[in-house]
Design a protein around this ligand. Sequence first.
Ligand code: GDP
Ligand code: IMO
Ligand code: MG
Length: 423
Amino acid sequence: MKADILLGLQWGDEGKGKVVDVLTPNYDVVARFQGGPNAGHTLEFEGQKYVLRSIPSGIFQGDKVNIIGNGVVLDPALFKEEAEALAASGHDLRKRLVISKKAHLILPTHRLLDAAYEAAKGKSKVGTTGKGIGPTYTDKISRNGLRVGDLLKDFDQKYAAAKARHERMLKSLDFAYDLAEAEKKWMEGIEYLKQFQLVDSEHLVNNLLKDGKSILCEGAQGTMLDVDFGSYPFVTSSSTVCAGACTGLGIAPNKIGDVYGIFKAYCTRVGAGPFPTELFDEVGAKIRALGHEYGAVTGRERRCGWIDLVALKYAIMVDGVTKLIMMKSDVLDDFETIKACVAYKVNGEEIDYFPFDINEGIEPVYVELPGWKTDLTKMKSEDEFPEEFNAYLSFLENELEVPIKIVSVGPDREQTIVRYEGE
Ligand code: GDP
Ligand code: IMO
Ligand code: MG
């Protein structure tokens, strides 16, 4: 059996949580492969709304196995908060969730360092989620990290050494802090974590595949936030692309099946950094209002703009996307015209590829399409789609050269339309 991957093609928040939940019945296992509590994956069903940060979005569907892979960075305090909230609403994760011993731990001092680095950057700050993501991955790559498996042996010594090193760094950055409360919560999180199955998840994943079990790998963030291929340095610190699922779970490339690439019918970004199609006018404000474009975890206002096909084609290329999923189509229900960026103008010259630097001087070149001016939210099948919406889908498929297999027309699990079924 091969593992499928679902990942974001834009700057995150495409709706990954919703679709993973929708697709979970088709799989035996759902596994997160990178990122950490910087993610906020929203699921809505039966009138309830849940936001998951570190826990895979397959957790609500029956007795599926959910895995937090080695590529993930885990904050025990936030994990405890998240898992306890789910337990309180009747979802006991202990039997259904396993955690890789090789996942790295986010320490309270990593969060402080995140804040200190942002403060030191001043105006050029990244606008991180403040969850300690960058410093934790930095420690991983520089071979200084603490892993979940370290809980099982000489943990106190290892923690003390890492903390002392971080405190020296904070001092050199002249960063004032009080660690006591956060550290207390974190230690409680560490104890809580010990109740879970801490495993060598690369063995588990490969044995499951060998036994014919199907796995869906759930990405966090999006390709434009990838540390290599995103809008560097305004990116996150992990590999959000398809290859991240291989390193983040220990799955070899020849065991990867479909790659689902998910995008919004328009585009958003939260935090700083370039965004060629960003709208600063009332159209952008209208998209924000209709799409409720505010961060799932931080509540931060998301920047809004038209769809960027130059960036999307690039993402599809580096991810090897085989099937597309378009989200939040309903948000554009009430627009006379819809624009799609098909090329960039750089220094007066038109280019149709994603360049090295999109940080300045990019002017989007748009194609305009008629809006559908129809409520899509109650539609159940593609047969009901208005002509203009079908024309938008065909236009996108033609440009992107990958079929759009799923269309989402609202936040609820039920508001999902699978196209060309059986093909
Ligand atoms: P993720 O991080 O990729 O899982 O996405 P988020 O949960 O951060 O943001 C997506 C937001 O859009 C959430 O509030 C979802 O409930 C909502 N959403 C998902 N799909 C749709 C859709 O088709 N239409 C509308 N209106 N909202 C949607
Ligand atoms: P999901 O999984 C949108 C952004 C931050 C910031 C940059 C770096 O919900 O799509 P970090 O804290 O990772 O060091 O921040 O990345 N960012 C996200 N934006 N959705 C996310 O996750 C994000 N996770 C990080 O806003 O610009
Ligand atoms: Mg999100």
